[in-house]
Structures are given as C-alpha cells and as structure tokens.
Design a protein around this ligand. Structure first.
Ligand code: AR6
Length: 396
C-alpha cells in the first residue's frame, strides 16, 4: 500500500511497512524520555540497528530527551544515515497539551533533518501505540506540521514518508491527506450584502455577565439596523455542545439575543460546526452574501470538544475560509491570552482581542464590533484582508 502527494515542495508518501527498514536519510524513533529503548518502533529500530545506536544515545544524551523534543544519533546497521529520537506525549484526554507536544515532535524532527542535510525522512505514527494518542487526531497533527513547516519558507527535505504499521492506520492517514473538501458555490455573490455570524460562549463561566452580554448584542443590532446594505445575522451559542439559535435573519428582524449559562466550553467543535453550516448554506444559494464577518466571543478556555475537533482541523478550515472566501474572523477572548489562543486555530493576532469580562468590557466590544461591521461593509472585497483591530479598538 502506497500513496504519494505533493505538499508545496515536499513529496509526502504514505507507506504500509516497518520504519526500521526504510532507505531514507533519517528515520524517526518513537522513544521515551529516558531514551532507554522499549517496544514498538523503539524495539524494532534498536533490534535491527544493533547496539551502536544505544551506545551513542547513552553517551551523547545521558539525561534523555524531554517530551516534544528530538535528538539525533547515527543509525548503526540500518539503511538510514540518522535516527532522530523523539518523545511523544502520553495521551490522557487531549486537554493536557498533547497536541502541542505531538506537533513539536514533528517540527523538531523536520528541523533536525534540515540541520543534518537530509533529503528524505521517514516518520512512524508517533505516540499512537504505547502512548495511546488516537490515530485520526495524530494523523491530522502530523500532516499539518509538514504543511506548516514548508509554508514557513524553511529549507525542506524533498521527501517525507509516513510509515504506517496497519492497513487501518494507513487508511486514516490517507483520509487526512485529502484536503478539507472545498464546497463549490452554485450561485453568485450578491453586491452590497453582508452576513454577520456570531458564536457566543454560554458556558457556566458566563453566569455573571450573561445579561450584559446579550444586552450588548441586542444594542449592537439596534444601532446597525440602518447600515446602507442588506445585512443578515446568524447566531449560535455553545457550552458543552453547539447550539444554533437563528440563521440569516435580516438585521431589522433579529429576535432577542439570549444567553443561558451552563456547563463547559466546546469552542473548537462549535466553531468548526458553525463555519461548516454557514458555508454549506451559502454554497446552495443563487445569491450568497458578498461579505462575511464571523465573530467568536468567549470567556473560557476550550475544555469539552470531542476529540475529532482538533485545533489543527479548525486551523485548516479557518485558513481556507479566510484565504479562499475572504471571510473576516474576529476573536474576543476574556480570562486567557486571546492572541495566542486565536492564533492556535488560524485567526491572526491582528484580529483577536483580549477583553475584560464585565459590563464595561462588553460595552467596549459592542463599540468595536459596530466599527468593524461598518468597516467590512464599506471596504472593497479586495481589501477585506486588511480589516483588523486598530489602535482605537485596542484602547481599554
Ligand atoms: N514500524 C512502523 N510502525 C510501527 C512499528 C514499526 N516497526 N512498530 C509499531 N509501529 P509505539 P509510542 C506503530 O508504541 O506510542 C516504546 O516502548 C504502532 O502501531 O512504538 O510513541 C518506547 O520506548 C503505532 O501506531 O510508540 C516508548 O516507551 C506507532 O508505531 C513508547 O513505546 C507508535 O507506537 C512510545 O510510545
């Protein structure tokens, strides 16, 4: 079983096989923090490679290697020239930094490949065996790491091979390699129209500010009723799950916004679902809104999405909508580093805002949103990419 595709300048191959037998410049070992050897990939590499690899590892890295990092040794009797030993995260529930650590494994190995002048590198599905990382999520992280690496203008190995140990794992990677399917739109953009999509947190942490939040959204609608354009509004909330409230209502007819705080924060899943829903709706219209302003407001950290809704997946989707559809995403986050959080799923720092979760903070958000609605509506389609929070918006 084999599959090959091109990601930028890199040829990406999927292969059913044994990592230790690969004839490439570098193979990656799924090691542990002590670099002490073990089963699975680690066992296969040391068995076939002979004792020289462990001897060099002990001598050069007596303190082992932290999770997410990678170190290089020679490859003993293997066909490869180098072994990069990286330490994947032990998977607990996906909420303990596992994704960041796994991404770092791939990034650090790709960096080592560049440093060692490797033209080709083979990866196993790091962390998906003894460490229990779900393979479908791991596949997305692995492939996204390659995409990110090559788009960062790094010099790159020409060939990145993923060596999978079972037909099922191969199929999962093959599916993940397909791009997020791009929907074809059947209609045309209707001039002078804008869709405002609002996804608001209604998790338990909103309890103290829910009324102020819904009040500020109601005021926002009232004060923008007379924009010189056809404006429609779609509103969804989220807590432990995604809750659509209303869709594509003309701004003069929107029902009252309500927020009933409860439970946890399934941000990634809800954002993904709402974007897909809106995109699918527009794809089927004869005349779809020319401009889309997509606003996410939250005051808590992601803690409840189902595992298939990874940051990497949301990142790809938001990137696609931003680049290909010109949607403007804005992110408002309280009680967190909103800039860092939004960047992790594809919303640029210039479009994310920390706010204070109190009445004044929400009032400021309303003013900011009002300005952005007007700006999006007034600017040329080709200038939508420049819409961002300016100095005036950044004032407390
Ligand atoms: N070639 C390719 N893939 C393989 C091979 C092989 N020879 N053997 C297993 N896999 P694992 P981890 C697949 O457990 O989860 C070790 O004891 C396997 O099916 O090797 O990062 C280390 O010393 C799975 O999909 O690595 C650590 O203590 C994937 O490779 C710990 O396991 C990774 O499985 C690391 O656990």
């Amino acid at each position: 079983m084999e599959k090959r595709t091109q990601i930028g300048n890199i040829t990406v191959e999927l292969l059913l096989g044994d990592i230790s037998e690969q004839e490439v410049d570098a193979i990656v070992n799924a090691a542990n923090r002590r670099l002490a050897g073990g089963g699975g990939v680690d066992g296969a590499i040391h068995r076939l490679g002979g004792p020289a690899i462990m001897a060099e590892t002990r001598q050069k890295y007596p303190n082992g290697c932290p999770t997410g990092f990678a170190v290089a040794t020679g490859a003993g009797n293997l066909a490869a020239k180098w072994v990069f030993h990286t330490v994947g995260p032990r998977y607990r529930d996906g909420l303990h930094g596992e994704e960041d650590a796994l991404r770092a494994c791939y990034q650090n190995c790709l960096r080592l490949a560049v440093e060692h002048g490797c033209q080709s590198i083979a990866f196993p599905a790091i962390a998906t065996g003894a460490y229990g990382y779900p393979i479908d999520e791991a596949a997305i992280v692995a492939l996204q790491a390659v995409r990110d690496f090559q788009s960062g203008e790094n010099p790159c190995p020409q060939l990145v091979r993923f060596v999978l140990f079972s037909g099922d794992d191969f199929k999962v990677y093959a599916r993940a390699l397909e791009p997020e399917p791009r929907r074809e739109y059947v209609g045309q953009a209707k001039p002078n129209t804008m869709s405002v999509c609002i996804l608001a947190d209604s998790s338990g942490s909103m309890a103290g500010i829910a009324d102020d939040m819904s009040g500020s959204l109601n005021t926002l609608m009232a004060e923008n009723r007379n924009l010189d354009a056809e404006v429609t509004v779609t509103y969804s909330t989220f807590s432990s799950n995604y809750q659509p409230q209303f869709a594509e209502k003309p701004i003069a007819e929107v029902p009252e916004f309500k927020i009933v705080p409860t439970n946890s924060t399934a941000l990634l899943e809800s954002a993904y679902t709402m974007i897909e829903e809106v995109d699918a709706r527009f794809a089927a219209l004869d005349a779809y809104p020319e401009k889309v302003l997509f606003v996410i407001v939250t005051d808590g950290m992601e803690n409840a999405s189902r595992p298939q809704y990874t940051r990497a997946r949301l990142f790809s989707l938001i990137e696609r909508q931003t680049k290909e559809r010109n949607w403007v995403f804005l992110y408002f986050g309280a009680n967190q580093d909103a800039i860092h959080e939004a960047a992790s799923f594809g919303i640029d720092a210039s479009r994310s805002m920390n706010y204070c979760a109190d009445r004044h903070g929400l009032e400021r958000n309303r003013e900011r949103l009002s300005r952005k609605m007007e700006q999006v509506m007034c600017c040329q389609q080709s200038a939508l990419g420049d819409v961002c929070f300016d100095d005036e918006d950044r004032k407390e």
